[in-house]
Write a protein that binds this ligand. Structure first.
Ligand code: 76R
Length: 280
């Protein structure tokens, strides 16, 4: 699932890689039965083998991250999340699927293009210290140094996970896009930074209660797709997904300012299992 970093020989074109972070694509296909039955048995067998190779995250030239899921419901059958410094390495996978022998039977039904980032609301060490002060702590407090140092130690690894995430070993995968609204009565973009920061701190406090049960990746898509962020959640079980999405709707940042797009819920799988499950 997680591959070692690019070698010097395979560094992406610097003009289309990011100064930091990776390109990300969420791609969804539906199996088109009327096309599938038109393929003869040899083409289907060849197509299955091709897919197992194209969708193998360990294969040479595969993107840095690639996770397959089986999607519930009629809107899609197969989901693929891809991340890489080079957007064309990501696109190559999609084109290979299309060009495979079973490509005609795999109808792309949705996709979402985004990039990883460190949000502007992730507190710097100074902002974190300021929050401790607001909570009534002072530098004289015996726990002050421990708290600030622990945050300073945690921050680089947390930022690395936001920019170059490892895919967590959790079986349930949920994806949905979201915006912060610009309604005359509730316009996120006219709030001062201090107010937005306060709301995001409340959001983080409610989210952190799910540590260990749900892992999240927020990818940014302003200028890349029709929504402003993609939310990828990995859950230890299905009910944790329902609980986190429900709970976080009560955060002021979501209750008042968020709107959501379609939700895709699926179960992490391998290429070999996906091909068998989809009866290709
Ligand atoms: O990353 C951090 O831990 C720092 C705090 C934090 C930021 C900056 C954080 C924590 N989030 C941040 C940014 Mn989040 N998040 C969502 C959703 O369904 C909904 O209501 C909204 C979708 C979920 C479920 C979620 C979960 N978060 C953001 C942003 C970017 C804002 C920007 O940059 O303008 C969005 C759109 C967003 C949305 N968030 C957490 C979580 C969880 C579980 C946490 C705590 C986890 C942790 O800190 O380890």
């Amino acid at each position: 699932m997680n591959r070692p970093p690019h070698t010097a020989q395979s560094l992406p074109d610097p003009t289309i890689s990011l100064s930091e972070g990776w390109h990300c694509l969420h791609m969804y296909w539906r199996v088109c039965q009327s096309q599938l039955v038109q393929l003869d048995a040899a083409a289907r067998a060849r197509g299955r083998e091709e897919l197992e190779e194209i969708l193998n995250p360990e294969a040479d030239g595969a993107p840095q991250r690639m996770q397959l899921s089986l999607i519930s419901g009629h809107r899609a059958d197969l989901g693929l999340m891809l991340m890489d410094p080079d957007p064309l390495v990501i696109d190559r996978v999609v084109q290979k699927v299309r060009a495979s022998a079973v490509g005609p039977a795999l109808e792309p039904v949705w996709s979402f293009v985004s990039i990883s980032e460190v949000s502007e609301y992730v507190p710097t060490i100074e902002q974190y210290s300021e929050r401790l002060r607001q909570d009534g702590m002072t530098e004289a407090d015996p726990a002050w140094d421990a708290r600030v140092n622990a945050y300073a130690q945690r921050l680089p690894a947390m930022n690395k996970q936001r920019l170059y995430p490892e895919i967590p070993p959790l079986p349930v995968v949920c994806f949905y896009p979201m915006n912060k609204i610009r309604h005359p009565q509730a316009n996120w973009y006219t709030l001062p930074f201090s107010e937005r920061s306060k709301l995001m701190a409340e959001h983080a406090t409610s989210g952190i209660k799910f540590a260990g049960r749900v892992s999240q990746l927020i990818t940014a898509s302003t200028g890349f797709d029709d929504w402003e962020w993609g939310v990828t959640l990995w859950g230890r079980n299905p009910e944790s997904i329902k609980e986190i999405v429900y709970t976080m709707r009560f955060d002021q940042a979501s209750a008042k300012y968020a709107e959501f797009g379609p939700f895709y819920i699926g179960y992490a799988t391998t290429a070999v299992d996906a091909v068998a499950h989809l009866r290709l």
